[in-house]
Design a protein around this ligand. Structure first.
Ligand code: URA
Length: 456
């Protein structure tokens, strides 16, 4: 949260205060905000001339009344302004970025980046930590002994040249307006707003400066925006916004109505990523990852048809190149390669409790938020800001929606070393619904927006 600075004169603060009040009233009455006001308000907040309560009211008014594309473009640009920017253009090659709106068991970035890099297209990914029930890529990677994720621009350029990919933690200096307002949104109920999410995500992508971007917008009970048509609106808003900044941008609307794959939790997800890259089948993961990898390859080469892209992706996995690329990249960032070659050496759990089906039938629901929170309660995620994680804990989901199960069969396992495992077992037990009738597995991909196609 931005702190009010005592360095400003009373006149500066009074001017900032009257500007933001006028802007709140104008937006409440449905006006389009002038570009200079949007920039001024964000700059005043970042530089401590406006207090949290006024900024919270401004953001809440936007969350209620919305922004048009011109306003959204100004807000995004204002977030980026005054912050660090990468200059990936100096590498003289196409460098792509991928972003997911997050979910439970979402290890797609860990899978897609090495596949695409193994196909010869560079990927730079700045990732975040877990938020609430949803895990974060940086927390997952920190389960790997030795890995360094807090890298600066020169390391990023060197990694792209050497191994064609990098995943690093988000620099707080990138898009400072987003950093300051995101922390405030988090405690004022204004995270779930389409224009505010769009400006927040796209501002960080603009600051990273990749030539192309592919967005994985999740929909379903475990997603930031559960409703499918609202999630579609978010995807379309971000596509339009990213294109305003000259980014080639594609998107996928993908399913988050149940956990993705079997592993939920940090080291468990790294283990599942490595097995998947060695060719093991993981429920839902191939459908999600292959479409995103295809869009990334086509972003780099618009002439590449679906069949050729899919063949390159399948070859990179089946031939072991994607797995090898993950190991090369992670070792280049300090990871202990011997551990990645023997994933059983990654952090684990002392205790494993099976969650047993009490009747036969078909699984009709695996509530993703309950599964995510079960893993949080045993230390795979945070209940308090900056709390340390237990990288070995989490949930292993054995049965997904549509599976036939028999009474006494293991539906899931809770892996834990500590934490509130009784609460976690209770959440997990109630996460599963079993129906007497056969149930269709949900479709994984609801919509594809090609990088070079129209928005709708
Ligand atoms: N992720 C972001 O980076 N910003 C949001 O507003 C929501 C999710």
């Amino acid at each position: 949260m931005a702190e009010m600075s005592g360095d400003h004169t009373g006149t500066e603060q009074a001017r900032a205060s009257s500007r933001i009040q006028a802007s709140i009233v104008a937006k409440r009455q449905g006006a389009q905000l002038p570009a200079a006001d949007i920039r001024g308000v964000v700059d005043d907040y970042v530089n401590g001339r406006v207090p949290d309560h006024q900024m919270a009211a401004w953001l809440a008014t936007i969350a209620c009344r919305g922004l048009d594309l011109a306003e959204l473009t100004e807000l995004t640009d204002a977030y980026v302004s005054g912050g660090e920017r990468l200059h990936l253009g100096r590498l003289g090659r196409v460098v792509l970025d991928k972003h997911s709106t997050g979910g439970v068991g979402d290890k797609v970035s860990l899978v897609v980046a090495p596949i695409v890099a193994a196909c010869g297209v560079a990927v730079v990914k700045m990732s975040g930590r877990g938020l609430g029930h949803a895990g974060g890529t940086i927390d997952k990677l920190e389960a790997i002994p030795g890995i360094r994720l807090d890298l600066g621009p020169d390391d990023i350029y060197a990694l792209v040249e050497r191994v064609g990919m990098t995943i690093v933690s988000q620099s707080p200096a990138l898009a400072p307006g987003d950093g300051a307002t995101y922390a405030l949104r988090d405690v004022t109920g204004t995270v779930e707003s389409i224009p505010l999410i769009a400006a927040s995500i796209v501002s960080k992508k603009v600051a990273v400066g990749a030539s192309g971007l592919v967005l994985d917008v999740k929909t379903g009970a475990g997603a930031l925006i559960p409703d499918r048509s609202e999630a579609g609106l978010l995807a379309e808003t971000m596509l339009r916004l990213a294109r305003q900044f000259g980014l080639t941008c594609g998107a996928v609307l993908s399913d988050m109505s149940q956990p993705l794959g079997r592993a939920v939790g940090n080291a468990l997800e790294i283990k599942e990523t490595l097995s998947f890259l060695r060719g093991e089948q993981v429920p839902g993961l191939w459908e999600a990852c292959s479409v995103l990898a295809r869009l990334l390859l086509q972003s780099a080469d618009p002439a590449l048809c679906d069949a050729d892209a899919d063949a390159r992706i399948a070859k990179a996995v089946a031939g072991g190149a994607a797995h090898e690329r993950f190991l090369e990249w992670a070792s280049a960032q300090g990871a202990d390669r011997r551990v990645l070659e023997r994933p059983e050496l990654l952090p684990g759990a002392k205790h494993v409790v099976p969650i047993i089906a009490d009747r036969a039938g078909w699984v009709s629901d695996v509530a993703p938020r309950a599964v995510g929170m079960a893993s949080v309660h045993v230390g795979a995620g945070r209940l308090a800001h900056r709390a340390p994680l237990d990288h070995g804990s989490g949930v292993w989901v054995n049965s997904h929606v549509g599976s036939r199960v028999e009474a006494g069969q293991t539906l899931a396992e809770l892996h834990y070393n500590g934490g509130d495992h009784d609460l976690a077992v209770d959440l997990l037990t109630r996460a599963f619904t079993i129906s007497d009738e056969p149930v269709q597995a949900p479709q994984m991909i609801h919509q594809i927006y090609p990088s070079h196609g129209p928005v709708d």
